[in-house]
Structure formats: structure tokens, C-alpha cells
Design a protein around this ligand. Structure first.
Ligand SMILES: *Cc1c(COP(=O)(O)O)cnc(C)c1O
Length: 375
């Protein structure tokens, strides 16, 4: 196990208590799976929120080397970090921009999507002042309700944008709010989107609607670009779906202490759990301060030690949590613990916490050392 540190050679260096192993080989494998699903379409690899907690620069570099058409980010801070790291793939901003962000976007040649006439006019002015035509995508709101122009009058909007000499409208995009939940609504969105493209009648270089669920579950018709995020990290948005995806992140910790507690002994804050019998309790070095969700308590949460599942006892605390290893005589101090990854799917942890895999991933805090494996 290698770990980061800047101490001089020869000085004692402890291994981390909680770390995330990130398998870059699995990441590449998932790009291949996405490519097959794309069936000729191009890929925009979504790397917002620090590549879903996997590490922005490292992951962006892998996707760029795989030749994706775009990297999708949430904001200019992420775009800048990628650019500064030397990754040269095209960067697309997934949401509307705020006025103070636009000068940098134009200067760097990042690709925004346009959600309003004010945004378009501002980008147009900045680009003309810089003597360029900025490549932009027209964002259409076919049902997400978060950004883009509403469908009514979209052809007029496009015509106005086309007259702006500082803009080159090279793409059109929209987003799916319930591709993993509502097939009928999503099919209708695809039809609506294709109809808009046909009506505008222009040969857009890029036409994109699908996130992971949209890519895995639907016919793509006139689309030629997909924007998967979650599936690239190895998780299907369709819970319990079988897939060829490989999990990229494995969250791990260690047993730091083992004790025998008598029956009737409360465990953790609030004493929500009281031992029913004499119990062998392992304390492990991970908590919600690492981003492991506190809300899993009381919902069947478990961890894996030496290949077997053992249940969580009581509440998750900030830095530690307690596990019942009464049935695991083999478990000992220093043992590695898997919180999720290869033996527990992150979606299962999300279910215990009454949330979604995206939220668990992006909740993993900076305290957790990311260790990159390349095999
Ligand atoms: C986050 C995001 C995606 C990726 O979604 P996944 O469900 O993680 O595949 C795609 N498009 C937009 C606009 C997004 O905001």
C-alpha cells in the first residue's frame, strides 16, 4: 500500500485510516462500455464535483487520453483546474453561467450552453471584443426546469443567436429529469428534442440529451453525443440492473479497536442501540467526517471485513463507527474494512441513507486520501 506524505525518508509514516482506492483501469473499462452503448455517438465525460469525488484532474486526464469529445463540468472553477493541470480536451459547462464568469470562459475558449438572451448577448459582446466567434450550444428545456429556453419559440431563439457574430451555435442540448424513473415521460422528451432539431433544420455539429440513464435505456435517434457521468464511475443508474460496468472507487478503513461489551451496554450517541447479549465490538476509523453517510444508522447498514458482512451498531459518529463482530472471531485490530466498492455497491449504502449514489460519492470529504491504482 502506497500512501502520500511529505516526510523525509526514514521517518515513521502511518497508513491512512480511511482512504478511497480509485481503479483507473476500471475507469477506462467503463469508457469502453459507454462507447458500446453509444453505438457511434461521441462522448462527453461528466467530471463535475471533482469527478464525482474520484479526483478531478486525475480522472479528467484519463478521459482525455481516451479521446472523449468533451469534459462536462459544473462551473468555471472546475474548468480552470482541468485547464491548469494541462489537460487539453474541450470543456463544456453543463449549466447556465453567471455574468462574472463569462469573460474567463471566452478567454479560455470553454464551451457554454446558452439559457437566456441576456447570456447570449453578453457572450456575443465579449467574443466580438476578443475578435473571435465563441462556440456555444443552445440549451433547451424539454422538462428539467433548471435551465435552457422553453420549447415554445425555440426556432426564433435560434435565429436570433445565429445573427450574433460573436457566437457560433455548434450544438443543441437538453436534459432528462427522470430517465431512471419515468420511461414514458423520457421517451416523450426524446421525441420532443428530435422534433426541435428537425424544425430548426440546421445540421448542428453536436446534438445531446442523454445522461447515463438516458444512454443505457433509450433510443438516441437524432442525437450524436451522450453525457454520461455515473456509469463511467461504474454504477448503473438503474438500481439492481446487471451491467458490465466495473466499480472505480472502493472506500476503505481499518479496525482500530476491538472490545467485548456486556449485554445492556449502549453504543454511540443517543444510545439508539443497546447490546442484547455480550457483544464483540469493533471500532473502525471512519465516520461522517469522511463523508460516510450518518443516515445509514438503523437501516440495515453493514461493512465488509475479511470478505464477510458485519452490521453497524448505533449511530455513525464523526470519525469512528462501531461494528458487531461477535460472529467474526477472525476479525482483529488493523483489519481492512470495506465501506463500499467491490463487495457492497455504493447504491446499497445510498439506499440505507435514503439518498442516491451521486450524493454518497460527492459527499466523500477531502480528509479521505485518494489512492490511484492503475492495473
Ligand atoms: C450531471 C449531469 C449529467 C450526468 O448525469 P449522470 O446521471 O451522472 O450520468 C449529464 N448532463 C447534465 C446536464 C448533468 O448535469
Amino acid at each position: 500500500m502506497k500512501h502520500a506524505g511529505n516526510m523525509a525518508d526514514g521517518e515513521a509514516l502511518s497508513p491512512p485510516r480511511c482512504w478511497a482506492e480509485i481503479d483507473l483501469g476500471a475507469l477506462r473499462h467503463n469508457v469502453e462500455v459507454a462507447r458500446e452503448a453509444c453505438d457511434g455517438m461521441a462522448l462527453m465525460a461528466v467530471v463535475k464535483a471533482g469527478a464525482y469525488g474520484h479526483g478531478l484532474e486525475k480522472v479528467a486526464r484519463v478521459f482525455a487520453a481516451e479521446g472523449v469529445a468533451f469534459l462536462g463540468v459544473a462551473n468555471v472553477g472546475e474548468a480552470r483546474r482541468i485547464a491548469v493541470s494541462g489537460v487539453t480536451a474541450r470543456i463544456y459547462l453543463l449549466g447556465a453561467t453567471w455574468s462574472e464568469e463569462r469573460a474567463e470562459i471566452v478567454a479560455r475558449g470553454w464551451t457554454p450552453c446558452i439559457s437566456s438572451m441576456d447570456e447570449a448577448a453578453h457572450f456575443d459582446a465579449l467574443a466580438r471584443a476578443a475578435g473571435i466567434a465563441l462556440k456555444v450550444h443552445l440549451a433547451v428545456d424539454t422538462g428539467m426546469g433548471r435551465g435552457g429556453f422553453v420549447v415554445d419559440g425555440i426556432a426564433d431563439v435560434f435565429a436570433k443567436l445565429q445573427r450574433m457574430k460573436g457566437l457560433e451555435v455548434e450544438g443543441i442540448g437538453s436534459h432528462l429529469p427522470s430517465a431512471d424513473e419515468d420511461e414514458e415521460f423520457t421517451r416523450e422528451q426524446f421525441r420532443k428534442f428530435w422534433k426541435i432539431i428537425a424544425e430548426i433544420g440546421v445540421d448542428f455539429r453536436w446534438r445531446h440529451l442523454a445522461n447515463s440513464a438516458g444512454l443505457l435505456g433509450y433510443e438516441q435517434g437524432l442525437c450524436n453525443l451522450a453525457r454520461p457521468g455515473l456509469m463511467l464511475y461504474g454504477v448503473s443508474p438503474f438500481v439492481d440492473a446487471r451491467s458490465q460496468l466495473r466499480t472505480v472507487m472502493c472506500l476503505k478503513s481499518r479496525v482500530t479497536l476491538i472490545r467485548n461489551l456486556p449485554a445492556g451496554h449502549g453504543i454511540s450517541y443517543g444510545r439508539s442501540y443497546v447490546t442484547q447479549r455480550e457483544t464483540r465490538v469493533a471500532t473502525i476509523g471512519v465516520g461522517y467526517g469522511d463523508g460516510y453517510p450518518r443516515h445509514v444508522s438503523g437501516h440495515g447498514a453493514a461493512v465488509v471485513i475479511r470478505g464477510r458482512r458485519f452490521p453497524l451498531l448505533g449511530r455513525v459518529t464523526m470519525d469512528q463507527m462501531m461494528i458487531d463482530v461477535t460472529d467474526g472471531a477472525e476479525v482483529c485490530d488493523g483489519d481492512e474494512v470495506e465501506l463500499f466498492g467491490s463487495q457492497i455497491c455504493v447504491s446499497e449504502v445510498a439506499r440505507w441513507a435514503d439518498t442516491i449514489a451521486w450524493h454518497v460519492y460527492t459527499g466523500i470529504t477531502p480528509r479521505v486520501e485518494r489512492i490511484y491504482l492503475d492495473r
